[in-house]
Write a protein that binds this ligand. Structure first.
Ligand SMILES: NC(=O)C1=CN([C@@H]2O[C@H](COP(=O)(O)OP(=O)(O)OC[C@H]3O[C@@H](n4cnc5c(N)ncnc54)[C@H](O)[C@@H]3O)[C@@H](O)[C@H]2O)C=CC1
Ligand SMILES: CC(C)CC(=O)C(=O)O
Ligand SMILES: [Mg+2]
Length: 363
């Protein structure tokens, strides 16, 4: 009997469907080569969900995600939905999925592929061999805290509010993920906060320190304020191994870290914690390049690799995919975002095809 898995595929908006289509091609190759049965259950999410049903996270999409063995998501959002009520914006679907599936731990690996050291915004020697992991808290912090919203005050002026909240248990569980993963890597964690001004992250620092003392003293722990961390990431990124941080700081720092690898189109992610995990590139729907076959699909394809590693018990597929991506880059193929002189520019589809061809030979 072949192993059978159901994967909820949520392409979303903008370049979401383009990069997801390439990742699906890769899933199909793995299915054939490994003799698996993959039931791909495609559903609308984000702006597409809103247009289809009036809600960015339709009930049937959430149900499909909950019932699946894993979720693959492209990206959501776009200018056409920027003026609708906040509660119906495409981005709310992401927050909804993350909290409904209890995906409190978001792993964002920023690895520099050998062939791309020249594509980084930094000097090759500063990024060569760079391999850092941002562990971002994903279901708490300022993206979820209450109260939130915009109210009109007496006199007519409007006031917008968002609230940064963390409980001790939320901090402990994400810190545990970071320490555990550090034990399998280089036993080094940097916790990033703004403990000098924000009480919630003062608590974060205290709780991380206590947990470290009690359970993870074999891991080297340091603390850094987020403003300094943002600067250190572009000054000397190799000082970091695992970075653990809050929802918003992790969101921002991982976009920054992606440019060390050459492009935001290179960074995959895994969102873990609940029964069903979700896999998505860290980038958004990139409306500026949507529909032009220009998007880099590698972040989404590498997210499929993470899916095999964390949800489908086949870490070898993740390794194979990383090797395939390295070989394609070594052969000089580049999407526009990582293009440099003397290289061969390809579109989103062609990059997907190259991965498929190389993977067919490898598996
Ligand atoms: N996970 C998600 O679904 C996310 C959704 N968004 C939404 O996406 C929309 C656009 O947001 P932006 O701030 O512009 O961020 P973005 O990540 O979509 O784009 C930022 C820049 O990076 C480029 N880029 C992104 N992905 C790329 C890829 N795969 N290949 C080549 N270039 C790529 C874009 O062309 C753009 O110049 C907004 O509606 C935003 O809310 C933003 C971030 C994450
Ligand atoms: C809805 C946002 C939190 C999406 C985003 O920027 C991200 O998760 O990286
Ligand atoms: Mg982001």
């Amino acid at each position: 009997m072949s192993q059978e898995y159901t994967i909820a595929v949520l392409p979303g908006d903008g370049i979401g469907p383009e990069v997801t289509a390439e990742a699906v091609k890769v899933l199909r190759v793995v299915e054939t080569r490994l003799g698996l049965k993959l039931n791909l259950n495609e559903k609308p999410v984000g702006g597409a969900g809103y247009e289809a049903t009036g809600h960015p996270l339709p009930g049937e999409t959430l149900e499909a995600a909950k019932e699946a063995d894993a979720v693959l998501l492209g990206a959501v959002g776009g200018p056409q939905w920027e003026t609708i009520d906040f509660s119906l914006r495409p981005e709310r679907a992401l927050l909804g999925l993350r909290s409904e599936l209890n995906l409190f731990a978001n792993l964002r690996p920023a690895k520099v592929f050998r062939a791309l050291t020249e594509a980084s915004t930094l000097k090759p020697e500063v990024v060569e061999g760079l391999d850092i992991l941002v562990v971002r808290e994903l279901t708490g912090g300022i993206y979820f805290g209450e109260p939130r919203g915009v109210v009109t005050l007496q006199g007519g002026e409007r006031r917008g509010t968002n609230t940064l909240v963390y409980t001790e248990s939320e901090i402990v569980r994400i810190a545990k993920v970071a320490f555990d993963v550090a034990l399998k890597r280089n036993k080094k964690v940097c916790s990033v906060d703004k403990a000098n001004v924000l009480e919630a992250t003062g608590l974060w620092r205290e709780v991380v320190t206590d947990l470290h003392k009690k359970e993870f003293s074999g891991v080297e722990l340091s603390h850094m304020y987020v403003d300094n961390a943002a600067m250190q990431l572009v000054r000397n990124p190799k000082q970091f191994d695992v970075i653990v941080t809050t929802n918003m700081f992790g969101d921002i720092l991982s976009d920054e870290a992606s440019m060390l690898t050459g492009s935001i189109g290179m960074l995959p992610s895994a969102s873990l914690g609940g029964k069903t995990a979700m896999y998505e590139p860290i980038h958004g729907s990139a409306p500026d390049i949507a529909g032009k076959d220009m998007a880099n699909p590698l972040a989404t394809i590498l997210s499929v690799g993470m899916m095999f590693k964390y949800s489908l018990d086949r870490e070898d597929v993740n390794t194979a995919l990383e090797n395939v991506v390295e070989s394609i880059l070594e052969a000089g193929y580049r999407t526009k975002d990582i293009m440099s002189k003397g290289m061969k520019e390809v579109g989103c589809k062609e990059m997907g095809d190259l991965v498929v061809q190389a993977l067919e030979k490898k598996l």
